[in-house]
Design a protein around this ligand. Structure first.
Ligand code: UD1
Ligand code: CA
Length: 455
């Protein structure tokens, strides 16, 4: 059966990044460059991807993990043709093979889809994806023969006429499996860089009459920008940010200040939600309708339902249900589940806890490792004392309980339904339902004491 496979080149070091981190692992917004390429390939219909690794391969493999179907090691980086040769044994004769580079994060799935479709319709053996670049310096040039493709000339190997060509090789190709394997066997490294150029396959296919070659010209050169330096990384970031923000605005999300709003490519946001300035939405966050997010919010990998307000707060790996308000200045740490119509106010930290519907945690409170019922009221300055230096324990608070200001709840401990704790109490024993627990020393008034002291 014919299968669309992708080979993604990611063995290079990326010298110009001036970094100890391999190039393809550098991030655009909150995701590694290669993640965008892998996702675009998948969305374009690639069912099997092979990532060519080399420089710092262990780190690259660990970071990409299961997003790659297979890693193939290219021990020495002897050129793009040599890189593809390493994957030869995994290519079947009737596969279609899409070749991509790991350092082009702006590439779009739709472009790849159209490209592969065109290749198939033309019944080509090989098609190269080209684009017009205002400044083609450094790229391989598409040298045409009338309408057809004559060859791809590397910048360093170009003559004066060829250097004037602005149609460049994006480094994206689709090959029929058998032709690719046959052509790879014939590549040589007798060029200015002493490398095995994948681009030489064009002339090889033509001179050996292995099949027809073609060029598919894309419209947007931004998509093929290869990122080689931190400066180019910042350009890619800017383009990606704008592209994602525009997508959400087209879908009915209000973004008050797109220039200071950073939304992950994996986030989902419903219409009629308003994103206020300086907001960062990361990971696979989902946000419902009619929410007001920001200003100054960071939300990573959370599910936020409808009508939620989040002001100047950080939320990580958590769930927030309908019509709840968070902030300003709250910190919701991983594995928290906040119910409907809950109020999480200023300087409140919630960690690994569930807070049920209608509960108010209005100010200056730490709730960690706790299960809190419905309509509980936390007074200011409550602390769940969850850690004894070795182990963590849970606090349980029943529905309608009232926790007085400045209560310490020393876990493991249970405050049962409808119970009250007096302000300033340090609760170490369970509090029965409906009772009041006072756990503080009694007040003594020494009458006239100040006068005696001043004598
Ligand atoms: C290549 C193309 C050029 C094209 C350009 C588009 C060749 C000979 N030239 O040039 O026509 O315009 O891409 O960006 O193919 N890599 C490996 N192993 C290697 C060499 C490279 O994995 O041995 C990887 C790199 O990590 C990188 C990609 O292949 O992701 C492209 O390599 P690079 O050296 O940047 O190619 P260019 O010289 O830019
Ligand atoms: Ca090169």
């Amino acid at each position: 059966m014919s299968m669309l496979k992708a080979i993604i080149l990611a063995a290079g070091k990326g010298e110009r990044m001036k970094s100890k981190v391999p190039k393809v692992l550098h991030k655009v917004m909150d995701k590694m460059m290669i993640d965008y390429v892998l996702k675009a390939a998948e969305q374009a219909g690639v069912s099997n991807n092979i990532v060519i690794v080399g420089h710092q391969s262990a780190m690259v493999k660990a970071k990409i993990g299961e997003k790659a179907d297979r890693f193939v090691l290219q021990k020495e980086q002897l050129g793009t043709g040599h890189a593809v040769m390493q994957a030869e044994e995994y290519i079947e004769d009737n596969d279609k093979v899409l070749i991509l580079c790991g350092d082009t994060p702006l590439i779009e799935a739709n472009t790849l889809k159209e490209f592969v479709k065109w290749h198939n319709e033309k019944e080509n053996a090989m098609t190269v994806l080209s684009v017009d670049m205002e400044n083609p310096f450094g790229y391989g040039r598409i040298i045409r023969d009338g309408e057809g493709l004559l060859k791809i000339a590397e910048h360093k190997d170009c003559n004066e006429e060829e250097l004037k060509v602005t149609e460049i090789n994006t480094g994206v190709y689709v090959f029929n499996g058998k032709v690719l394997k046959d052509a790879l066997k014939k590549i040589q490294n007798n060029n200015s860089q002493g490398e095995y150029y994948l681009t030489d396959t064009v002339e090889i296919i033509k001179s050996n009459k292995m099949g027809s070659t073609g060029v598919y010209k894309a419209k947007d050169s931004n998509e093929f920008m290869g990122i080689n330096s931190k400066l180019q990384l910042s350009y890619a970031n800017e383009i990606m940010k704008k592209r994602i923000n525009e997508y959400h605005m087209q879908n009915g999300v209000t973004i008050e200040d797109p220039s200071s709003t950073y939304i992950s490519a994996d986030a989902v946001i419903a219409a009629d939600t308003v994103i206020m300035p300086s907001t960062i939405i990361q990971g696979e966050t989902e946000i419902g309708t009619d929410c007001i997010i920001g200003p100054n919010a960071r939300i990573n990998n959370c599910i936020i339902k409808d009508g939620v307000t989040i002001d100047s707060s950080t939320l990580l790996n958590s769930y927030v249900d309908n019509y709840t308000t968070v902030g300003p200045y709250a910190y919701i740490r991983p594995n928290s589940k906040i119910g409907e119509h809950v109020k999480i106010g200023d300087f409140v930290e919630i960690k690994n806890s569930s807070i049920d519907d209608g509960t108010k945690v209005s100010h200056l409170t730490y709730v960690g490792d706790s299960d809190v019922g419905k309509s509980v009221n936390f007074g200011c300055g409550t602390v769940t004392v969850n850690y004894d230096g070795k182990n963590k324990f849970r606090t349980k608070i029943g529905d309608n309980a009232f926790i007085g200001c400045n209560t310490n709840l020393v876990a493991p401990v249970v405050v049962n339904e409808g119970a009250f704790t007096a302000a300033g109490s340090t609760i170490t024993d369970d509090v029965p339902a409906g009772s009041l627990s006072i756990a503080r020393s009694k007040q003594i008034n020494k009458i006239g004491w100040a006068e005696t002291k001043n004598k």
